[in-house]
Design a protein around this ligand. Sequence first.
Ligand SMILES: NC(=O)c1ccc[n+]([C@@H]2O[C@H](COP(=O)([O-])OP(=O)(O)OC[C@H]3O[C@@H](n4cnc5c(N)ncnc54)[C@H](O)[C@@H]3O)[C@@H](O)[C@H]2O)c1
Length: 235
Amino acid sequence: MKLKDRHIFVTGGADGIGAGIVLDAVEEGAKVSFCDIDVEKSTDYEKYLAAKSYPIFFHYADVADFESVANAHEASVAKFGVVTGLVNNAGVNSSADPVKMTNDEWERFFGVDLKSVWHTAKLVLPGMRAAKYGSIVNISSIHARMTYPNFFPYAAAKSGVIGLTRNLALDEGIIKFEQMLYLRVIPLRHCLKRGWTASQKSAQTPWQSNRWVGWGRVAKLQRWSPFCFLMMPLL
Ligand SMILES: NC(=O)c1ccc[n+]([C@@H]2O[C@H](COP(=O)([O-])OP(=O)(O)OC[C@H]3O[C@@H](n4cnc5c(N)ncnc54)[C@H](O)[C@@H]3O)[C@@H](O)[C@H]2O)c1
């Protein structure tokens, strides 16, 4: 029960890796709140976990919209108290032609994949500063390190996540960034496994899509260290 009595807030927790992280966190004793834009899937997942007596809370939020996330954060704090762990997981892919991509498409995509990371940090940091502890896990991607054609928005946003995390870490008192990166890849790998495993059981687990997080990708993810962590003390 490594996370007993902690309140972990997960973005995009209804599906995929986020759903795996939610499950891992409640199983480790945390009170978990999550936000997502998919209300139906989220509500099903919330009911499923609540039926197992896990302390779980869902609130709608579009992470690109600050007011929306602020509402979800406020409701989550009212339910479980100050957030001491944040996982910025919500994200979408973007494959685009640099000439054809519109300004609106760029703004929308960057709102979800990059600006959201600042939105949530802005909301949880006052509580973490007051509590004098807390952890923020920001999920980047291998595309921040090596990528393929037409993925330039995704590569740019995920590179931005790493830069933002590094710099916030300077401000908020990180303990050896690289070491944390190494240490925390291990549980994240477990989360990825859980997300993958749950996907394979989609017939029994209504919240999961059939999307596949392959082990090949996971191996590469670890190799290229796509996950960035801003740690005050550890979770
Ligand atoms: N799947 C991979 O192989 C992989 C690899 C590297 C990084 N990532 C990153 O990991 C994270 C999760 O990926 P995944 O494959 O599990 O994705 P997914 O599509 O399976 O799940 C994403 C979840 O986020 C939610 N979401 C999407 N837009 C949102 C928004 N605007 N506001 C709130 N919620 C929103 C979705 O409804 C969904 O529940 C993403 O940030 C992704 O970029 C994934």
